[in-house]
Design a binder for this molecule. Sequence first.
Ligand code: ADP
Length: 489
Amino acid sequence: MKILRSAPVKSALNKLRESISTIRFAMLSTYIAVTLITLILMCVYIIGILSENLYSEKNTMLFAKANIISQTVANVWNDEEDANVLYLRIEDIVERSLAGTNIRGVVTNTSYIVLYDNNSEADMVGKVFMRDVLKRAIDGEQADSMFDSDSGRTSTVSVPVEKDGIIIGGVYLAENVSSISDTISTIKTSLIIFSVLIIFIIGMLSIGISYIVTQPMSEFIAAAKAISKGDFSHRVSVRGVSEMAQMGRTLNYMCDELNALDEKRKNFVSDVSHELKTPMAGIKLLCDSLVEADDPDMDTIREFLGDMSEEIDRLTRLINRLLTLTRLDAGTNINLSETDITALTASVMRSLKNLASEKGISMEYTFKGCNERSLMIDYDKIYEALYNIIDNAIKYTPEDGAIKVRIGSADGFCVIEVEDNGPGIPDAEKTKIFDRFYRLDDSRARDTGGTGLGLAISREAILLHGGDVEVEDAPDGGSIFRIRLPLVK
Ligand code: ADP
């Protein structure tokens, strides 16, 4: 059975498929964007903190050395002294302070004339050594600066040389700090490699997660596609207690129901075909016999036509009952009106009185007290429901039997009981007899003109009113059919 094979369904499934791809792409791009932003911020922060620390550590160390040199030089400074002696003294101080480093140390007087330079190759002693940091130091500042050249990055500091509160010169120290830049760029490269790796892992994970998250949706689409092709055996796997699992359970339940419905439909169609085939075959046989008979007399023709008429009556009864069932299945066209249930029951019994008396069956009616005699019901439908049940009681009760009809009330329901002293119904069949085309004894039921639809119609009509019907054994054999219909509130 193809139930969903329309263009809107196809386009809905396609849209669902598209939205799954969109969800997957959105998840992937969101994860990657968030990770990328986090990693960029983290790298910028780490590099910033690291370079600031490394450079400021270097600066502090340079200032410490410059200040020691400045103080020591101030102590030995004597204007009267011979320039060579002063040079040697300063040389001694600077050499000792900068031993084991590659720091360039220059000491000048306030006119920027170099008194000592440990870079002898520069040959600056006695010459003017003008640097911005040095100028700021001679102006009394603890100055520092950084510059880049072909040989890399250089960090410089300059401090004044003070004696008795008067600035008498300046100390200039410079150190190539390319190693710090190298360290930072190595760390930068490592961080970039690390970030690319993280992005790759997160990308892979997010693809995996997006597939896991959208997997149930893909399964739902596959199920919907299968259902649309009439395959109700398809089930989705249900795990956990999430909304998706809930949806999966609902979908599986729906498939079960559709499967059962499809099964019922198939059985119904085959039952109907079977039921229609029997009278049709009968009519065909009668027709053929009549056609083949050599010069049949009028009585034979009349007998055959009478038999055919009976088969046609059976067909008509069957078709009418099928139509009634179809209308009840639709559940529409119900005309509720305030109805006196006792009057309705009495009317049913009146119309079946002759049938009962033909078999010598007595019919007794007891009104046990129904609080509300009037019910909101569809008169015709409940009439037919009750008619079928009392008609069955007459049909299946042997001659000279007794049928008792009682009306009472319980728990907000009007209860109508039809009791007979017929053969009764075995326990295993008590629910089945309400199924369509179900007959306990097929040939006997057919002989009584039964279609196997009477009780199915009764039950559908009663259920449509919010009531129910059941059967139980009567105390002295036979059966009691109990109908419950809701009382008017
Ligand atoms: P039918 O048209 O064959 O009577 P129903 O649907 O009315 O079909 O009943 C289904 C079957 O239930 C009957 O074939 C019969 O075997 C059984 N049945 C119904 N009413 C009674 C009854 N009062 N006593 C015994 N059997 C009954």
